[in-house]
Design a protein around this ligand. Structure first.
Ligand code: PBG
Length: 343
């Protein structure tokens, strides 16, 4: 039996008489430029960097090809590069020696830890670059969790007390923005109070407000050395990827508690959440194109499976279309070079 049956003759031309031909506005580059709704600029980029101990040292992160852990002197050079490229801000994450890790993440409260050293050095050399530092314990804990644990449970309020101290210490080192990435309840308000009480009324809070328990953080955990240590998963504090309405509740609370800026994380698989958050709150809203998203694009590009530059720029523009005011992305320097025509 055959699937084909005799049909009408196929004409060479159909006279559609269309009033609307959307292709007209796409007919040439000038026309496409004219009707373009969204643009990406260097002002939209935040460059996350990994700080490691040592001198004049850059160590590649295997699962993030093209990204290095950098010693403080190198981080300063990268911050200078960020300034030259017109990237407004960088985000610092530490690779902490396992010997310095303990169950409470004490190193987070060391005013001379890697991120504090880096913040001081950057603020001395390139004060015009915004410095964002996470408030979270996971790069410092021996179990890889973002908080302190008792009987296998991540303790909320005890963790928040530590995050407040961590935030003040980071502000003292020169952090312009504290970015709570831990997903404990009530931490934004507590950090705001703590910063204000310590005289840091001008230090902003960029809250990882809707942060999901995601498999896309894998390479980051390699980069900060927490992946191999992580006991269990983070699902009792990070959000269930199945939930959208809950993200709005998370954001509402953080806004109420005094967040200056809101973040949705991960990025690409959560553009719907980003869009809803921006629409509902009209807050300065950021997306984190996380390590796993970077690894997917860069890994495929390095295998010749897609055009890396095009995929990078398309993915970043998609964040703007979805409503982001900016994007944390490991592509920041490359995208900035491309935008400035020097790549
Ligand atoms: C720490 C933190 C994580 C990321 C940013 N801050 C990892 C995690 O929560 O496990 C992920 C960033 C990335 O994957 O690029 N709480």
């Amino acid at each position: 039996m055959s699937n084909s049956r005799p049909g009408p003759e196929i004409a060479d031309n159909v006279d559609l008489c269309l009033v609307h031909r959307l292709r007209r506005n796409r007919k040439a580059e000038w026309a496409r430029r004219l009707v373009r709704e969204n643009v990406l600029t260097t002002n939209d980029l935040i460059w996350p960097m990994f700080v490691a101990a040592g001198d004049n040292l850059r160590t590649p992160v295997a699962s993030m090809p093209g990204v290095d852990r950098q010693s403080v002197d190198q981080i300063v050079r990268s911050a200078v590069e960020a300034a030259e490229l017109g990237i407004p801000a960088i985000a610092l994450f530490p690779y902490t020696d396992n010997a310095l890790k303990d169950a409470e993440g004490s190193e987070a409260l060391n005013p001379d830890n890697l991120v504090c050293q880096a913040a001081r050095a950057i603020k001395k050399e390139v004060p015009e670059v915004g410095v964002i530092i996470d408030a979270a314990l996971d790069p410092y804990t021996s179990h890889g969790h973002d908080g302190v644990i008792a009987d296998g449970r991540i303790l909320n309020d005890e963790t928040v007390a530590r995050l407040v101290r961590q935030s003040v210490i980071q502000a003292e080192a020169g952090a312009d923005v504290i970015a709570p990435s831990d997903m404990m309840d009530g931490r934004v308000g507590a950090i705001r109070d703590g910063l204000d009480a310590a005289g840091f009324q001008d230090v902003q809070i960029m809250s990882y407000a809707a942060k999901y328990a995601s498999a896309f953080y894998g390479p980051f955990r390699d980069a900060v050395g927490s992946g191999a240590l992580l006991v269990g998963d983070k699902r009792t504090y990070q959000m269930d990827p199945a939930n959208g309405d809950e993200a709005l509740r998370e954001v509402a609370l953080d806004v109420e508690e005094g967040a200056d800026m809101i973040m949705v994380k991960p990025g690409m698989p959560y553009l719907d959440v980003l869009h809803r958050v921006k629409k509902e709150f009209g807050m300065p809203t950021f997306a984190y194109q996380v390590s796993g998203e970077y690894a997917m694009i860069e890994g495929a590009a390095r295998n010749g499976w897609l055009d890396g530059d095009k995929a990078m720029m398309e993915s970043l523009l998609a964040f703007k279309r979805a409503g982001a005011d900016g994007v944390l992305t490991y592509f920041a320097p490359r995208a900035a070079r491309k935008l400035r025509g020097i790549a």
